[in-house]
Design a protein around this ligand. Structure first.
Ligand SMILES: [Zn+2]
Length: 293
């Protein structure tokens, strides 16, 4: 219970520091009053925000008592007010809570149960779409074309999660949002978000000797190099359609690329098998450059 109390305290602190759009001094609700009920929806696993609100307002059931005792919530604003106040808040304001939760896991000795493959931890990357509309949009939306010239707006984030086969819990790490980036003409994507994540958090988690897991979207040279540069390792899915030379090589044949640079392919095989690409990275890069030329 002490750990839960510490975590909720960290959440309260994050809420207290949230950007407050109001300018007057006589605000009826504090940002803690506003942030905590929004989080409580997920904690109490309510089917919807409105259902959760009704439960609290009626004062019935364990929802209210849990919110009162666990979160020390007294005054609860209406859901419209919560949405309006949280809309301009930068999601990064909550990132310290992820770090506090991870630290609690580390200090409480829970991290050792997540160790796999000779002492590594596994951090899974995956994209999640959490908003889609053809009517409502904002400046953070990504877009895609639909039939009849229609445009669909959507929001996606890259989640990074500590996972371990056989463990019945996962630990979320700070996410990275897929959203238009300043100074970039191109639409943002999951792959670029993963590279930003590694830049922002890779060094922080390097001490855990992490292996990054991901689907075929991630098994591309720039991101693999970023993983190695951040002190991590990778296990990414390579689909036959996107990794033809690799599959030819696995099948025993030699691709045109392999014939041009057999030495590097030998090294590449070693790197794939050992997950240690650093020793031959420069040579492989030279070879790769030649293949592209
Ligand atoms: Zn949007």
């Amino acid at each position: 219970m002490k750990i839960l109390g510490d975590l909720i305290r960290a959440l309260r602190e994050a809420c207290a520091g949230l950007f407050d759009r109001r300018t007057g001094k006589n605000a009826h609700y504090s940002m803690i009053d506003i942030g905590l009920p929004a989080f409580a929806v997920f904690f109490m696993q309510s089917p919807s925000f409105l259902a959760h609100q009704r439960r609290l307002e009626e004062g019935s059931g364990r929802g209210r008592s849990n919110c009162h005792t666990l979160f020390e919530m007294e005054r609860i604003p209406c859901d419209n007010h919560i949405r309006a106040m949280l809309d301009p808040v930068d999601p990064k304001s909550f990132f310290p809570v992820f770090h506090t939760a991870f630290k609690a896991l580390e200090e409480g000795g829970g991290l050792k149960d997540f160790r796999r493959l000779n002492g590594h931890v596994l951090i899974a990357f995956d994209g999640t779409e959490y908003f889609r509309s053809d009517a409502i949009s904002c400046s953070n939306c990504s877009t895609r074309g639909r039939k009849g010239g229609k445009v669909e707006y959507f929001h996606t984030l890259l989640s990074a999660t500590l996972v371990a086969p056989g463990h019945n819990r996962v630990v979320p790490l700070p996410p990275e949002f897929v959203a238009p980036q300043d100074g970039s003409e191109k639409q943002d994507c999951e792959n670029r978000a993963a590279r930003r994540w590694l830049k922002a958090h890779g060094a922080h988690y390097a001490k855990l000797d992490p292996i990054y897991l991901g689907d075929d979207l991630y098994s591309r040279q720039p991101i693999c190099e970023d993983v190695l540069a951040s002190g991590g390792h990778f296990l990414f899915v390579c689909k036959p359609a996107s990794h033809k030379p690799l599959y030819e090589w696995l099948a025993g044949g030699r691709s045109a690329a392999a014939r041009r640079c057999p030495e590097a392919w030998q090294d590449a095989r070693h790197a794939h098998l050992s997950m240690d690409g650093s020793r031959t990275a420069a040579r492989r890069r030279r070879c790769h450059d030649r293949q592209l030329a």
